[in-house]
Design a protein around this ligand. Structure first.
Ligand code: AMP
Length: 123
């Protein structure tokens, strides 16, 4: 499989500092920031800094260091946002047209702070 990354996507522009963001956490390989149009009291986006289109691209081609850093940062943010207890959270990633992905840079939505309903609507 080959993936084509568009370096003009909005998250690439955030990573280049061309667009502001409300940063929650930043590491060598990962940025976490607040979603501009939150769907829940807590709604943040975790993105790798590398040019990956979606989850399968990231999981297949990112280095071990990037993959570990991303997930350790996600775990830290979930704890810092107070979501790691029994109330929990939802982590979602969209890909492609079926997933209705809007921004073609891999991102994990982390949502919490309310009951979020069922995962997807039945067809
Ligand atoms: P998706 O449909 O999974 O690609 O989700 C894209 C998400 O990016 C949406 O929830 C948008 O609200 C969010 N978004 C778009 N532009 C920005 C931005 N400049 N800063 C923060 N979040 C953004």
């Amino acid at each position: 499989m080959s993936w084509t990354y568009d370096p003009q996507n909005i998250f690439a522009r955030i990573l280049r500092g061309e667009i502001p963001n409300k940063t929650v956490a930043e590491t060598e390989h990962t940025l976490v920031f607040h979603d501009i149009a939150p769907h829940a009291p807590v709604h943040v986006l975790a993105i790798p800094k590398g040019p990956y289109v979606n989850l399968d691209h990231f999981a297949a081609e990112a280095s071990d260091a990037e993959i570990i850093d991303f997930h350790r940062t996600v775990a830290r943010v979930i704890a810092e946002l107070g979501l790691s207890g029994p109330e929990g959270y939802r982590a979602i990633t969209n890909a492609g047209t079926s997933g209705m992905q809007e921004v073609p840079h891999y991102h994990l939505h982390i949502l919490g702070g309310r009951v979020l309903g069922r995962l997807v609507e039945k067809a």
